[in-house]
Design a protein. Structure first.
Length: 95
């Protein structure tokens, strides 16, 4: 009888933990947000990996950009900071 209780208890614990695990999975596969460096707010820019308040201000002060690679070419941010964010930024042209 004790073996049955242990198994039942183990199954109950496993089932109780399943909803937490299932809910956490989608957060890990969040969609990539693309940030427009020509219009993003300072706080939006700071959400990018490696971009702090100082770099965000420099990005805003350097506007407008014709292309996202201008961040490095114009020495707004170092190449080491650009690498991790290059797939998460865009430079849209205003019309």
């Amino acid at each position: 009888m004790n073996v049955g209780r242990v198994i039942l208890f183990s199954l109950a614990l496993g089932a109780a933990g399943l909803p937490q695990w299932a809910a956490a999975a989608p957060a890990q596969t969040a969609t990539k947000k693309i940030v427009d460096i020509n219009s993003a707010s300072e706080s939006d820019l700071e959400q990018l990996q490696g971009i702090g308040p100082m770099m965000a201000k420099k990005i805003i002060q350097g506007r407008p950009y014709k292309g996202k690679d201008e961040l490095v070419r114009r020495k707004i941010i170092p190449a080491s900071a650009y690498g991790p964010i290059k797939d998460h930024v865009i430079a849209r042209h205003s019309t």
